[in-house]
Design a protein around this ligand. Structure first.
Ligand code: ADP
Ligand code: MG
Length: 730
């Protein structure tokens, strides 16, 4: 039977290889393998790969053997073989115990794969997997200028993938039969794109890097066009289902909010406010992203929009990522609304509404009460965590959904809430992590973007420093001394650690994004991250003895958390030792010091968020990033960059550069599931825009995709595939 893109790999490769590919790399069909593109291309001689690899990386390198020496081991039986390999710029040692490798001779070329370790300051591979380039069988592969290096797994090495792909391409006269090009000829020629079989051949077996680029841009087009067709179809469907206009009314809650605000709105807040007010007034549901620097005052903008919707007779829901933050929002909003937020209570203003908090930790009776208020519409403003998303939560008339700190939520969650409106509600999502236009356009299903660039005036600003704990131990003492000075002056401080502690085997950061992973594998073990409970103990009995210190972390009960947060907000606690539960949104204006322990364990955006917790009042802030990472390491430099700028937009850029695309999109939206492999939502803005234009034009004709069965099939495949789940509701 003829091989096609849908042929199971097991029919083409051996069962063992096919099983490994399926289980470890998720490759099931010939098409999957042909679309498993090389991560990079090695060439003999002028590579800088060895110089660049980091300890802990799992890598595959192409290198030449320089020397081989075998000696008996001193304390054990057996022998130790050390092999030095090099490429143009670097050297690395391979270590084998009791191993005989007859072909490992100086001058031999090979590929070596493993996790980079370190011994006596030198990088080394212990027992690497290797594939020496000697057999005649390999001749053709290794004579090539560019050797593809594939994303590999433990049992399926890069060279096994290379061989398997070669097998498929080897029938290369027939590649044209295996692969049917879905792209309409006219689009191909308009954008100067290679036919699909040529592009696949070139991406796997290029002669020059120009081949790779041409092939990649063609393959990216497939991804972009299918994605945009799917989104365009969805846009057309959405346009047929209007929402409800929520026009502004004077003399209601919004006016009361404005009158109660203890400050004047910034110009940006006013402008965005106008934008939202106008959009809420249309029956086309608003779909907007509000991005604004940490501390730029997004909450009040959202509150004003919520008030407008309540004035128009609807309900507004605010979804917050943590209980701490939800409770803080509820407290702040209730305080601002005063009696207007207590309609139905004895001292409430009947012209007002109710502010209802709904979180997972509510006791049964309180929860029933909250659910009733939400369902009968007496709660105009509903604030909550994930608990809001549950099936049992029903709204009388949900008019506006606000999602705070969007980066903490998946698209699925936002949409679960949106689905609670009888007609599509307006949606406002807020984030302090800037999202590139193409990402907003693609992953978030066409969000319009508003930006708050200005911070409210009168802020002190934060100065940041990296404290290299190993190189300059004295600086750590100095850090605690500075913290004491601030507390002595009446201010408060946070000390943040990556882990809670006190649990055997707990070695994962509570909530950290983690350090950016390189290459295709996991990092080796390091010492466990510092823990809140341990650090609190050390500080209490050491450098911060005598200060009023408390802890806050995710394993405390909601009541404990709330009590801890309240005590800190009231100034009763001077130093709060916490996990990243304080990362988002926590607002205590008197706090001026943020010390982050093991700062290298946090992502750039997280550090920026953490830093945003201080200097929220008039006093200047101080952020100290304590790390054992060497100043000169990439990690040290990343921290330096965070310390050097407080521009969230610049840092977001840095963050995106140091993370992989999949991480940027969030786990649920990464690579294979979205069908996006080569397309970079950050770098291919132009290509994505062109694809969007083509998609809109294709669907705009009466015949739609009827004349392009190949394309229609790809879109249908994406739609029925589990990987489209996230797109489904976007
Ligand atoms: P974020 O955008 O990070 O969510 P918040 O909405 O929490 O920021 O606002 C940060 C702090 O600034 C809050 O204490 C808020 O009351 C205050 N704030 C907001 N707008 C203004 C303003 N126009 N003038 C002064 N303070 C403001
Ligand atoms: Mg906020």
């Amino acid at each position: 039977m003829a091989v096609t893109m849908r042929t199971p790999l097991a029919r083409v490769l051996g069962p063992k290889t096919a099983t490994g590919m399926s289980e470890q790399l998720g490759l099931e069909t010939v098409g999957d393998l042909l679309r498993h593109y090389p991560r990079r291309y090695a060439s003999r001689g002028e590579q800088a790969d060895l110089a660049d690899v980091q300890v802990g990386d799992r890598v595959t390198v192409l290198a030449q053997v320089r020397s081989v020496s075998t000696r008996p081991m001193r304390n054990r039986r057996g022998s130790l073989t050390e092999v030095v390999v090099g490429d143009g710029s670097g050297r690395m040692k391979l270590v084998f115990f009791n191993h005989r490798h007859a072909q490992l001779k100086p001058g031999a070329w090979g590929m070596f794969a493993g996790t980079v370790g370190e011994w006596r300051g030198e990088k080394q591979f212990a027992h690497p997997d290797m594939h020496l380039l000697d057999g005649a069988d390999d001749e053709d592969d290794w004579a090539r200028a560019l050797v593809p290096i594939y994303p590999a797994s433990k049992d399926v090495s890069s060279w096994v993938i290379q061989k398997s792909v070669k097998l498929l391409l080897g029938a290369s006269g027939e590649l044209g039969d295996i692969v049917v090009d879905p792209l309409p000829e006219e689009i191909r020629s308009r954008h100067g794109l290679l036919p699909l079989p040529d592009a696949l051949l070139d991406i796997h077996r290029p002669t020059t890097m120009e081949d790779v680029e041409r092939a990649a841009s063609r393959l990216k087009w497939d991804e972009a066009l299918v994605l945009q067709l799917t989104l365009a179809a969805r846009r057309r469907a959405a346009a047929l289902e209007p929402g409800i206009a929520r026009p502004r009314r004077s003399g209601g809650l919004l006016d009361a909010v404005d009158a109660a605000l203890p400050f004047a709105l910034t110009e940006g807040q006013r402008e965005v406010g106008e934008e939202l007010a106008a959009e809420l007034d249309r029956d086309q549901p608003m779909h907007r992203l509000l991005q604004g620097e940490v501390g730029s005052g997004k909450t009040v903008v959202a509150l004003r929009a919520m008030a407008q919707v309540v004035d128009a007779g609807g309900q507004a829901a605010l979804l917050a990522p943590t209980e701490v933050l939800a409770a803080q929002h509820a407290r702040g909003i209730r305080q601002l609304l005063g009696s207007l937020g207590r309609a139905g209570e004895l001292d409430g203003d009947p012209a007002g509404t109710r502010v209802t908090l709904l979180t997972g930790s509510l006791k049964a009776a309180a929860r029933r009460q909250a659910l009733t208020e939400v369902a009968d519409g007496s709660a105009g403003i509903v604030i909550g965590t994930h608990a809001l998303l549950q099936q049992t939560v029903e709204f009388a008339d949900l008019g506006l959904v606000v999602v705070d700190e969007q980066h903490r939520f998946g698209v699925e969650q936002r949409d679960a809430l949106r689905a609670k409106g009888s007609r599509p509600p307006h949606v406002l999502v807020m984030t302090a992590t800037p999202i590139p236009r193409t990402v907003a356009m693609t992953v978030y299903g066409d969000l319009e973007i508003s930006t708050l660039r200005q911070l409210p005036s009168g802020r002190g600003g934060v100065s940041s420093s990296v404290v290299p704990a190993v190189e300059k131990p004295g600086w750590v003492d100095r850090a605690w001394a500075r913290l004491r000075e601030e507390v002595g002056a009446g201010r408060q401080a946070y000390v943040v650690c990556p882990r809670i502690g006190d649990v055997p085997g707990e070695d994962e950061p509570e909530d950290a994004d983690g350090a950016p992973a390189e290459d295709d594998g996991a990092r080796t073990d390091r010492r466990p991250p510092l823990a809140v409970l341990d650090v609190a103990e050390l500080l209490r009995s050491g450098p911060l003895a005598g200060l009023r210190l408390d802890v806050l972390h995710g394993r405390m009960t909601p009541e404990e958390k709330d009590a801890s947060m309240r005590a800190f907000a009231a100034g009763e606690t001077q130093v709060l030792v916490a996990t990243t539960v304080v990362e988002v949104g926590v607002d205590v204006p008197n706090a001026t010091v943020m010390v982050v322990m093991d700062a290298d364990r946090f992502g750039v955006s997280q550090l920026h968020q953490l830093r945003g917790r201080v200097a929220r009042g008039a006093h200047p802030g101080l952020c100290l990033l304590v790390t054992e990472a060497p100043t000169s390491s990439p990690t040290g430099q990343r921290l330096d960059a965070v310390a050097a700028t407080s521009d969230g937009f610049e840092l977001a850029r840095l963050d995106l550069e140091t993370r992989r695309e999949g991480d940027v999109l969030g786990a649920a939206q990464s690579g294979r599931r979205s069908g996006i492999r080569l397309l970079s939502l950050l770098e291919d803005e132009e290509l994505i825009s062109s694809a969007r234009t083509e998609a809109t034009a294709l669907l705009g004709t009466d015949r739609g995709l009827a004349d392009h069965p190949g394309l229609a099939a790809e879109v249908a495949a994406l739609a029925t595939d589990e990987r489209a789940e996230w797109l489904e509701k976007a």
